[in-house]
Ligand binder design. Structure first.
Ligand SMILES: NC(=O)c1ccc[n+]([C@@H]2O[C@H](COP(=O)([O-])OP(=O)(O)OC[C@H]3O[C@@H](n4cnc5c(N)ncnc54)[C@H](OP(=O)(O)O)[C@@H]3O)[C@@H](O)[C@H]2O)c1
Length: 255
């Protein structure tokens, strides 16, 4: 795919995996096929997938409710496109395996946006899946592409079948979905969620940050570019979109 001309190498490299996966999950024919006005609950709304999901929901006229684990991430998720954000630590939702916590989450979503989610954007897995099935509205869908907290999901199937909800599995994106996503990046309708860039020597630190959930958005590891900030060929488009949007997630400078 052509590199978006207004992005640096590291900004361009960080997008496709998570942005195209989120695109297929939300917009793709085999995903949840989000409609205008849909309420979408996004787990990890300031994370790699979630930071793009928030932008895609906003672009498509949906109402994104993000879940995050800190005040800083809440701010990022709101700026990325969420209409409302839930800090799971503040709400006491560190563990989500008992029905009381599912109800607390559902009540909070209703308090914030007045309705249950049409779509739950899942990748967190074992610890959140039962809550996701519970809070999706009647006829709604849980779309999942991962299981960060564990692969064996236990949920109460009554909430799924009696309210005719669906679980949709999604993996990566096909060539067309990747091109559609890349086009949105080129137009500035999607912007990178790169938060930090590490040198190749510091790759282990980058991996450790991801492992411990210390990073928002994406982390980059610079392999061939000798320094950050190279590769921009369309400066006008960059100025139109604005550094504040392009560097929204950039909370940490280069190592
Ligand atoms: N199948 C595919 O095509 C595909 C593509 C991309 C990614 N994935 C998978 O999707 C998952 C997420 O990827 P990512 O790049 O978005 O990772 P990430 O950047 O680490 O973001 C994950 C987010 O999930 C939240 N989270 C983590 N543990 C949680 C828990 N126990 N309960 C609630 N929230 C939790 C965190 O947000 P807070 O702590 O702020 O709440 C974190 O920001 C991974 O398992 C990855 O392998 C699959």
């Amino acid at each position: 795919m052509p590199k978006p001309a207004h992005l640096t190498w590291e900004e361009a490299a960080c997008n496709t995996l998570c942005a195209a996966t989120a695109y297929r999950m939300l917009v793709g024919d085999r995903g949840a096929r989000m409609k205008q006005g849909d309420v979408v609950l996004i787990w990890g709304a300031a994370g790699g997938l979630g930071g793009y999901a928030a932008q895609l929901v906003r672009n498509g006229g949906g109402i994104a409710v993000g879940v995050v684990s800190s005040a800083e991430r809440a701010e990022l998720a709101l700026k990325a496109g969420c209409t409302a954000v839930i800090n799971r630590r503040e709400l006491g939702l560190d563990t989500m395996t008992d029905p009381k916590s599912w109800r607390r989450l559902g009540e909070e979503i209703r308090r914030l946006v007045g309705e249950d989610p049409h779509i739950v954007f899942e990748h967190t897995g074992q610890e959140t899946f039962a809550a996701s099935v519970y809070v999706a509205r009647r006829g709604g869908a849980v779309v999942t592409c991962g299981s960060s907290s564990g692969y064996q999901h236990l949920y109460d199937n009554r909430h799924l079948w009696m309210k005719t909800k669906r679980i949709i599995g999604s993996h990566g994106a096909n060539a067309q979905e990747c091109h559609e996503t890349n086009r949105l990046l080129g137009l500035g309708m999607l912007t990178p969620t790169l938060s930090a860039v590490y040198s190749l020597d510091d790759a282990a630190q980058a991996v450790r940050a991801v492992q411990l959930n210390r990073h928002p958005g994406k982390v980059g590891v610079r392999c061939l570019a000798p320094q950050d900030g190279l590769g921009i060929t369309d400066h006008e488009q960059r100025a139109r979109i604005g550094e504040d949007r392009l560097r929204l997630f950039r909370t940490q400078e280069t190592s």
